[in-house]
Design a binder for this molecule. Structure first.
Ligand SMILES: [Zn+2]
Length: 373
């Protein structure tokens, strides 16, 4: 029985590989991470448990204003009020994993439950036990961005990391300068920039954020959009961080406002991709988070190992090779370690050659019968 199962798995594996390697070589992948976004807000919108807590715990300044914006009678209405593009456009045309109320669970495998270990797990396809801090250091693990750059022999500008925190830059690659990497206050070199991008770069220095080590996500987003249009990367990682900042600041009202804003970024990004030759109908957008947060009014603002809820995450995918199944139900468990292989399959690359210990692609996230181009 075991032997038969192993044989079937091998057969399925080689079939999956055949399909994956049939992907056209013009495919692109954009990874967007939204730091520390809980499943409660993503799947349920405005969380009455947090909002109904005393102001010292929710940090909501004017509850009537926040309620009028986001409180609705059902979870479906609440999440659509919070993130209308994500739920009305992206989800029905793609797949969303992690709604535990529907029997779909996505968790991290690392035992730290904070940022750098989460990003490293996303990008290397495995938990990396030696990463136990958010310190700005590189670790000697090839990332999925390194692997795509090396295997597809891409120019350094064709793989890009742009984000609001320097930790993204360090997590992106095992080596300095492998491809374009830009941290919190990074300046884009003139040959890769535009006057608009230069202005955003200068504004990063002037717009004061909650924490000095992070820059403003709106500016980061527009720098990334400018980079995309001008330099046409095959793979881009956009790392946004203010969801985590507002939560740590214990301002639930501003966190919700931020998620609504970030939903607009996703809409503009997707519409831009679909408007550009070279990206239209051949680009997959993968959206996920590095960790969850606590579930209670006392600990929703925090995350770390031991704060239950911090291990719960979610993944969303939209693209030409992903079935339009929407929110999945009664689905096999998925982990953060599965993101890298999922990205690679859209580029026709075999994750086992990248990292034999990596998690597999999320089941069912690649159309089994691709159209021949
Ligand atoms: Zn984080």
């Amino acid at each position: 029985m075991k032997r038969l199962a192993a044989f079937c798995a091998t057969l399925l594996g080689s079939l999956a590989l055949t399909v994956a390697s049939a992907a056209p070589d013009d495919r692109n992948v954009v990874l967007v991470t939204l730091d520390g976004v809980r499943i409660q807000e993503l799947f349920g919108g405005f969380d009455e448990v947090i909002a109904g807590a005393p102001e010292a715990e929710s940090g909501i300044y004017e509850i009537d204003v926040t309620r009028s914006r986001y409180a609705r009678s059902t979870a479906k209405e609440r999440r659509e009020a919070l993130m209308p593009f994500f739920w009305k456009t992206l989800a029905p045309a793609g797949m969303v994993f992690g709604n535990q109320a529907l029997g779909s669970k996505v968790t991290v495998r690392n035992n730290q439950w904070f940022s750098y270990p989460g990003y490293s797990e996303i990008l290397t396809g495995a938990a990396q036990p030696e990463i136990k801090s958010n310190d700005f250091v590189r670790y000697p693990h090839e990332t999925v961005l390194d692997y795509v750059h090396r295997t597809l022999k891409l120019k350094p500008t064709e793989v890009a990391q742009i984000g609001s925190w320097d930790g993204f830059k360090y997590a992106a690659s095992q080596k300095d300068g492998t491809f374009f990497m830009s941290g919190a206050y990074g300046i884009v070199p003139p040959e890769l920039s535009t006057p608009d991008m230069d202005l955003m770069g200068r504004l990063r220095e002037q717009v004061i954020e909650n924490w000095e080590e992070s820059s403003n996500d709106a500016l980061t987003f527009h720098i990334a959009l400018g980079y995309l249009k001008k330099n046409r990367p095959r793979v881009l990682w956009l790392g946004l961080g203010q969801s985590d900042d507002w939560a740590h600041a214990r301002r639930y009202d501003r966190l919700l406002d931020y998620l609504h804003l970030a939903d607009g970024f996703l809409a503009e990004l997707w519409q831009t991709l679909q408007s550009l030759d070279g990206y239209r109908n051949n680009t997959t957008l993968v959206i996920t988070t590095d960790h969850g947060r606590g579930r209670t009014p006392a600990d929703w603002a925090e995350h770390d190992f031991g704060i239950e809820g911090s291990q719960d995450i979610w993944i969303a995918i939209i693209g030409p090779d992903t079935p339009a199944l929407g929110e999945v139900q009664n689905f096999p468990d998925v982990t953060q370690s599965d993101v890298a292989a999922t990205m690679l399959q859209y580029l026709g690359l075999d994750y086992r050659k990248f990292n034999p210990d990596a998690g597999p692609p999320v089941p069912g996230s690649l159309r089994t019968a691709q159209k021949t181009q």
